[in-house]
Design a protein around this ligand. Sequence first.
Ligand code: ADP
Ligand code: MG
Length: 528
Amino acid sequence: MKNLRFEELNLSSEVLKAIEYKGFEETTPIQAQAIPCIMEGRDVIGQAQTGTGKTAAFGIPILEKLNHEEKVIQAMIICPTRELAIQVAEEIRELGKFKKGIGVLPIYGGQPIDRQIKALQKRPQIIVGTPGRVMDHMNRGTLKMDKVRMVVLDEADEMLDMGFIDDIVTILKAVPQERQTMLFSATMPGPILELTKKFQRNPKHVRVVHKELTVPKVEQVYFEVKEKTKPEVLSRLIDMYNPKLSLVFCNTKRKVDELVAELQGRGYSAEGLHGDLKQVQRDRVMSKFRSGAVDILVATDVAARGIDVDDIEAVFNYDLPQDEEYYVHRIGRTARACREGKSFTFVVGREIYKLRDIQRYAKARIILRKTPSSEDVEEVRTNIFLDKVKDVMDEEDLSQYVHIIEKLAAEDYTSLEIAAALLKMAIGNKGKEEKHDEEDFEDTGAEAGMVRLFINIGRNQKIRPGDIVGGIAGETGIPGKLIGSIDIYDKYTFVEVPREYAGDVIKIMKDNQIKGKRINIEPANSKN
Ligand code: ADP
Ligand code: MG
């Protein structure tokens, strides 16, 4: 199955305009398959991993099929977590921004129910809710579901893992039978299949299958970052490795433009390449890149197709690709002609699962690295520079320069001092004055990549692992799956969270409550 252009899908001009605005260039594979089926009115089972664009796969047809004059709830999307409900609602709102009179409302636990009841009175047509909160509104009679014609179960397998299956069954029984039911899930365990049998009619099963590809031999590493630290990490990596040419992949045209502006603002010579450029502009950018006048090219997958440049020493997956095959295509752009190539992949939060899939598919070893500090940048730059110095000493005739140094040494400088001064001038110490933007945690005795936190409640307060996961995930919005091992003692508990979230978790949970009890939380001491 090929990806399609959105123009081939018979969409309204308003939705096409929103897609253009979001900067999507073409459909992802799951969108290409699911959108036509859902538009036709069929029930669909969509099987695809995180980050493959499932929200638009169901969101676009829902927007197209809604009656925007009818101010009642027509579509209901059920998501496992508050974070996802908010994200999905936001994505659909953006896709519908040029359609008049469309209301999208997320409803989730943790937000005051009165506020949601008020928002419901504004009569949105699309509800995106977590199972518990939807049930709550159903029981209060604040959610009118008799006109619901489309239901989506998003991330069904995760909802199963979180123990929501009974709630989902209750909800599905409460919506009208005359409806279209879509179920999206990365995996299809038995209980999910049961759901599809019981609650879907002749569903079309769409999933993304891949052809086998050979993966080039490239050193592949990844970094766990936050969306907002990506430009800084990218800059540091470029400073550190100083690749001759770098190719940076973003998933949308808009991201390409934003990143190019950011990099230029930071003083790098970067240009963007995407589908909106005219052929002459593309040719101009490419010839500048080829000649090295521009050394960082930021591109979308579509635009990068067919780029054939030899000296690309580093490929950056600034955004994790939507499709496993893209990963292989992307990193295949480096290490041509047996030159050394590196690929750097940025992973945000739950994208780690997508990376695991890529890893499995590409049969690649992609190694986690700590994001470089400014000291690391300096160290690596120094090493690279010193290697070059050694090459020059081994291979070139230096007698003329030796003569100059001898003269200088005669003025009472040691050759060591002279070399040190030259090194300082050659490398500078740009990095030094920069600040760390991520908090450094001491060794807390946690697993690699995690920080172990101490919480001052435990068994005596009848705390169970679910309370800790629920409390932290619910308050901070980090997915429960990312929370690591939990050890509960009588008076306290240890819980591990991913390093890049640890600062936020402490900030948000400090003096917050778990199971109605005010808590204190701090990094564990590794000696504990
Ligand atoms: P999933 O639900 O499969 O995990 P999402 O729907 O959350 O994936 O999409 C992940 C990201 O990809 C979002 O930022 C979304 O805006 C973006 N996206 C979706 N479709 C496309 C597309 N066709 N081209 C580029 N980006 C896309
Ligand atoms: Mg999703």
